[in-house]
Design a binder for this molecule. Structure first.
Ligand code: NAD
Length: 432
């Protein structure tokens, strides 16, 4: 099938590449000329495991191409995916300027029947707005489909190729048939393609993300409470998670959720509530708790150093909002670093993939180490912000030899408490 994908970020590039992988002819469009130039030269502009192999293979096979020109995408694709940003607007709502701007341009250039598929996360009712924006100029038939994306950064390729479910929000039989044909190769194991109306599809995405954010936040509150009453959140987590109604996943406490989705999606759903005269009390609490949780280590650090943090050298392991990505949007590490800088600390950080992005944001406010042990040179303390696998079994002797102070503040509970304490390192984590 002939496909165009508009927007080649984490979602668009994975979508385009994985659609090419099953034999479709894909043209990816992005407004960012530098990015498009890089991709045309065979360079993957983001870090996403396994994407490089598929990217290279499909470019070689001539099934994956790139351009900056929307009209070219429209001429090429029978199905046009919108994988555009929907960032947080000033009032917390999702900013639809990218989606509606492109929809307007599609309306001006569309010459024959197309299915316009919205993959971006958008508030309920957006597909009607997209339809209206296109219809303002279009003189031909078209359909708009809501097809929210559930991939996880770090597992995006696998999630796209083997999705647990595909949600299609559409009422046009013609569009539904095309979408089912397109996705058939990805659900051969029997996972469902769930067809529903556009509004329900749009809400499914927000409800899923808000639920997951609430699940993490609930566990973070349990962890904080464990500290008050002397319980161990690891034990509580395992005790709870074995109940199949609860499940083992997403029960790990830490320094809050971040990333490009949960924070903005919870806010956008909360704002949608207000706009529709509904007070989402749970979401309000999730937002408030998560904001505090991101800096929950700071009072612990201040306490340890008796309030005197001026000039202290703090090593930070992990900058990305989660492992296996270079994405630092709303990363808790940034909140931790900002607080520590305000308290007068010197920061030396290491992350396997996200350093370039942080350097672009923070410049020389902090020092960037070449390796995880290099970051510890002369450090008064180590703060762990992201649970990258390489941090999981460190050489504690080597760490101690580098560090001036032997204390770890672990925002991701990477180690068993006795294992670190037996190394004569003070170990302060979450909920234990
Ligand atoms: P992103 O910021 O990584 O990528 C967006 C891309 O769109 C950028 O490359 C940008 O240059 C391009 N762009 C902006 N305006 C454009 C225009 N007018 N024409 C062409 N290209 C344009 O965003 P993302 O993380 O891929 O997210 C895209 C959408 O998918 C958002 O709504 C997000 O909420 C949703 N989503 C993201 C994830 C995720 O894990 N990142 C998962 C599911 C859903």
């Amino acid at each position: 099938m002939k496909i165009a994908v508009i927007g080649t970020g984490y979602v668009g590039l994975v979508t385009g590449t994985c659609l090419a992988e099953t034999g479709n002819d894909v043209l990816c469009i992005d407004i960012d000329e530098n990015k498009v130039k890089k991709m045309q030269q065979g360079e993957v502009p983001i870090y996403e495991p396994h994407l490089d192999v598929l990217f290279e293979r499909n470019i070689k096979a001539n099934r994956l191409k790139f351009s900056t020109r929307l009209e070219e995408g429209l001429a090429h694709g029978d199905i046009i995916f919108l994988a555009l940003p929907t960032p947080e607007d000033e009032d917390g709502s999702a900013d639809l300027q990218y989606i509606l701007g492109v929809a307007d341009n599609i309306g001006k250039s569309i010459k024959d029947y197309k299915v316009i598929v919205d993959k971006s996360t958008v508030p309920v009712g957006t597909s009607d707005k997209v339809k209206a924006a296109i219809a303002k100029h279009a003189t031909v038939d078209f359909d708009v489909v809501s097809n929210p994306e559930f991939l996880r950064e770090g597992f995006a390729v696998d999630d796209f190729l083997k999705p647990e479910r595909i949600v299609i929000g559409a009422r046009s039989e013609r569009a539904i048939a095309l979408m089912e044909k397109l996705y058939k190769p990805y659900v051969r194991s029997g996972n469902p393609i769930i067809i529903m109306d556009e509004k329900s599809a749009e809400l499914t995405k927000y409800a899923s993300n808000a639920f997951l954010a609430a699940k993490i936040t609930f566990m973070n509150e349990i962890a904080n409470f464990c500290e008050k009453v002397g319980a161990d959140v690891d034990k509580v987590r395992i005790g709870m998670g074995t109940d199949s109604r609860i499940g083992k996943r997403f029960l790990f406490p830490g320094i809050g959720y971040g990333g490009s989705c949960f924070p903005k999606d919870v806010k956008a759903l909360y704002k949608s509530g207000i706009d529709n005269n509904y007070d989402f009390k749970i979401l309000d609490a999730v937002l408030e708790v998560n904001k505090k949780q991101k800096v929950v280590l700071i009072p612990k650090i201040e306490n340890y150093f008796k309030g005197d943090l001026k000039g202290k050298n703090i090593a930070v392991w992990g900058l990305a909002f989660k492992p296996e990505t270079d994405d630092i949007r709303e990363a808790p590490a940034l909140d931790v670093i900002e607080s520590l800088l305000n308290l007068g600390c010197n920061i030396t950080a290491f992350d396997p993939e996200a350093m370039e992005n942080v350097q672009r944001k923070l410049g020389d406010k902090i020092t960037y180490a070449d390796g995880m042990y290099d970051a510890l040179e002369n450090a008064d303390a180590l703060v762990i912000c992201t649970e990258w696998s390489i941090f999981r079994t460190p050489n504690f002797e080597r760490m101690k030899a580098k560090m001036k102070g032997h204390v770890i503040f672990d925002g991701r509970n990477l180690y068993d408490v006795p294992d670190v304490e037996n190394e004569n390192i003070t170990y302060i984590s979450i909920g234990r």
